[in-house]
Design a protein around this ligand. Structure first.
Ligand code: 0PR
Length: 388
């Protein structure tokens, strides 16, 4: 630490030096992120609530009320009235809370090592969670559509099955599991079912399709106990903002610990001191955009995804992994490995990601990505594939 502090001007020069090293979403170069540039109105709200602490809600009753309202709106979006839940730091924490609840419920009348049945496409947060909570992960293979092979699930259930996890919007391919069927299995076997809709939760409700093809993924499926839905992904909110919604308030209560010296006598979050700024930001966005605004953002992202998909289908030496269901596209080339292409694209300034299963290049068409960026990207991709 410096003996004497720097003056403000010098300090900000330095801050801007650091800032210059970062990429920004507006550049259109970030093609592999699930986050996006937050709307300025969200940042205003964020700043206004910067000193709040939802860990001591009695001091910040307005912010606490906003959190309850946001949970109410998210519940309604997911077809649940009277939801319980919290705005948390992200999908990892939301999934952790769900698994912690499931474990408490399991241990009420079981003694064995709790097992969680989850698809091979589950986000790596579940690797952290199963390790932290000492759960045994039991992986379900994917079918040839890269989705959970539902036909295998029942054979994996035993007396130690604590929970099943299904995904609405997989990280690598943006695919939605057959949650209706998985829900039936969970309901019939009386097993806790958690849906990781960290990404898809803010997309699927706004997709335009005829009812026949509607992706049923939420509390309408009666076996679903909890859902992760992240504002800081397609909810368009600034980081950090995750969401966890429970069907039954008694489930969230399983996490309660007494907090005798605070303004509230119990806490049901993992994190203690926690900012209310993200909650204020998502409260603002939900009310500013409404369903209409989110639908517009989702429709544009899907339109650009379809545009990019068609272009990639027509490109020589490119193989698209599957037809996108949300705004993620996965593809490989016959000429160079995904890692090699990613590296060469990096030199052109593009940041894409490479998925492991399947080993492929992956684009996430978030709202900061525009058609002109895609056109330039495809031009560079073409050039890279042509050169030695
Ligand atoms: N569940 C799913 C389905 C996810 O895709 C993710 C994150 C999580 C849970 C965990 O959420 P948090 O990261 O909020 O805890 N998926 C993204 C990914 O791993 C996260 C991400 C976002 C990565 C922006 C890069 C990036 O630039 O791809």
């Amino acid at each position: 630490m410096l003996d004497k502090g720097m003056d403000k001007e010098k300090l900000f020069e330095k801050l801007f030096d650091y800032k210059k090293m970062d990429l920004d979403y507006a550049s259109g170069k970030i093609l592999g992120s699930m986050c996006t540039k937050p709307d300025p109105i969200a940042l205003e709200a964020y700043k206004l609530f910067i000193e709040t602490n939802l860990g001591d809600p009695g001091l910040f009753t307005g912010t606490a009320l906003m959190e309850r309202e946001v949970i109410g709106v998210l519940g309604e979006l997911l077809h649940l009235f009277n939801p319980s839940g919290h705005i948390v730091t992200g999908g990892t924490e939301a999934n952790l809370m769900a698994m912690a609840v499931a474990k408490k419920l399991f241990l009420e009348n079981h003694e064995g090592v709790p097992e969680v049945i989850l698809p091979e496409s589950a986000h790596f947060s579940f690797k952290k969670i199963t390790s932290m909570l000492s759960l045994k992960p039991v992986y379900v293979p994917l079918n040839d559509e890269y989705k959970t092979d539902v036909s295998v699930i029942e054979s994996l259930i035993n007396d130690n099955t604590m929970a099943i996890v299904a995904i609405a919007g997989t990280t690598e391919l943006g695919l939605v599991d057959d949650i209706e069927k998985i829900s039936e299995i969970a309901y019939k076997n009386n097993i806790y079912l958690h849906i990781d809709a960290a990404f898809g939760g803010f997309i699927i409700p706004f997709l335009e399709y005829d009812n026949e093809h509607a992706l049923n993924f939420d509390f309408k499926c009666k076996g679903v106990s909890s859902i992760t839905i992240d504002p800081h992904k397609m909810g368009l909110a600034p980081v950090p903002a995750g969401g966890i919604i429970f069907r039954y308030s008694e489930h969230l209560e399983k996490l309660a610990v007494e907090t005798p010296y605070l303004t509230k006598d119990k806490q049901t979050t993992i994190v203690g001191t926690r900012s209310g700024a993200g909650t204020a930001a998502i409260w603002t966005l939900l009310n500013y955009y409404g369903k209409e605004g989110y639908k517009k953002a989702v429709t544009q992202a899907i339109k650009l995804t379809n545009y990019t998909y068609e272009k990639l289908l027509d490109m020589e030496n490119i193989n698209v992994t599957c037809k996108p269901e949300l705004n993620i596209i996965s593809f490989t080339s016959n000429i160079k490995s995904p890692k090699q292409v990613k590296q060469e694209l990096y030199e052109y300034g593009w940041r894409i990601s490479v998925s492991a299963n399947p080993y492929a290049m992956r684009l996430v068409l978030m709202p900061h990505v525009k058609q002109e960026h895609i056109d330039n990207f495809l031009k560079d991709l073409n050039e890279i594939l042509k050169r030695e």
